[in-house]
Design a protein around this ligand. Structure first.
Ligand SMILES: C[C@](O)(CO)[C@H](O)COP(=O)(O)OP(=O)(O)OC[C@H]1O[C@@H](n2ccc(N)nc2=O)[C@H](O)[C@@H]1O
Ligand SMILES: Nc1ncnc2c1ncn2[C@@H]1O[C@H](COP(=O)(O)OP(=O)(O)OP(=O)(O)O)[C@@H](O)[C@H]1O
Length: 274
């Protein structure tokens, strides 16, 4: 059987409202989730279970207890896995969840059924399995697929500070915030931006107390002409929308001058490459 390659695109919480807390401590979310045309890549080959990690962010990760191996174990399958780690680790764009979901998709192409309760690997794994725009509720397991979003030029920026998700949830002041307003069908970028202006990322204030540099990243995105800027997930990665791909490219180059990771891409790209 030939090797199977799966893209693991970065997840973006365009809006993320925290609406309550379950008895087990997990938070209730209401989030508009989208995916960007940048991500990790997972390759699976037949063989005993193993993991090799390469790519620009490989050094930040251990092969022990990696989500790729946990995903294969949950599926009860063996494979020689290679992970190309292009996304910063612990950065709010779902890297580990996207990798786990990519392993599960790859294994299913190799004949191993998707396991039940993939959310046990991480709250973001269910939404990353489809890697399509969705409204995400519950603790992450209730998904409503959405039509494609407008293809907006965007920049992702990460200042190189790992922000552990549990610390951000623990630092929140208010956990009973209002749900998202109804999600309309967005005719174009201006519609989506206007709708987002009436929403929030409820984790942003808490993440700012842990990593104040996030405030500098948001200011810098706006200073480079972003029409809209927000943090994704529990941070520290932030995204900005731009009027044209050229403006996004120029902004990404300027943001890299701070020593930050920055890429210009499009929201809602064509289906993830294989
Ligand atoms: C913040 C988000 O990225 C938004 O998409 C996700 O909710 C987090 O997804 P994730 O990193 O896959 O999360 P997990 O690995 O399942 O959980 C990490 C930690 O985040 C907290 N957590 C996560 C999800 C959730 N709905 N409520 C929580 O309180 C818990 O402390 C948990 O121990
Ligand atoms: N393949 C993986 N990629 C990234 N992190 C992994 C992986 N496997 C295990 N981890 C661990 O999971 C932790 C969370 O990493 P991840 O990059 O998924 O966070 P995140 O981007 O904040 O995700 P989210 O947006 O889902 O909260 C890291 O601290 C890391 O040690």
């Amino acid at each position: 059987m030939p090797a199977v390659t799966e893209a693991a695109p970065a997840k973006l919480n365009l809006a993320l409202h925290v609406t309550g807390r379950r008895a087990d401590g997990y938070h209730l979310l209401d989030s508009l989730v989208a995916f960007a045309g940048v991500g990790d890549v997972v390759t699976l080959e037949p063989g005993p279970l193993s993991l090799r990690i390469e790519g620009p962010f490989a050094a930040g990760l251990s092969c022990d207890d990696n989500l790729c191996l946990r995903a294969a174990r949950l599926a009860g399958a063996d494979a020689a896995i290679t992970l190309t780690k292009n996304l910063p680790v612990a950065s709010g764009i779902g890297g580990g969840s996207a990798d786990a979901a990519a392993v599960l998709r790859g294994l299913s192409r190799m004949g191993h059924p998707l396991p039940a309760r993939a959310e046990r690997l991480g709250a973001d794994v269910p939404v990353c399995l489809a890697s399509n725009p969705a409204r995400m509720q519950g603790a992450g397991e209730i998904l409503t697929p959405l039509p494609p979003l407008p293809a907006i030029p965007l920049v992702l920026v990460n200042p190189g500070v790992a922000v552990p998700t549990p610390r951000v949830f623990a630092a929140m002041d208010r956990r009973d915030n209002p749900a998202l307003p109804p999600i309309p069908r967005f005719a174009g970028p201006a519609d989506l931006t206007a709708w987002l202006a009436g929403t929030r990322n409820d984790l942003e204030p808490a993440a700012l107390t842990i990593a104040p540099v996030i405030g500098q990243v948001l200011d810098a995105l706006r200073a480079t002409g972003a029409a809209f800027a927000r943090m994704s997930g529990s941070g520290a990665t932030c995204f900005g929308f731009y009027d044209s791909p050229d403006r996004a490219r120029i902004a990404a180059a300027a943001l890299k001058q701070h020593g930050w990771w920055a890429v210009s891409r499009e929201l809602a790209p064509l289906p993830a490459p294989r």
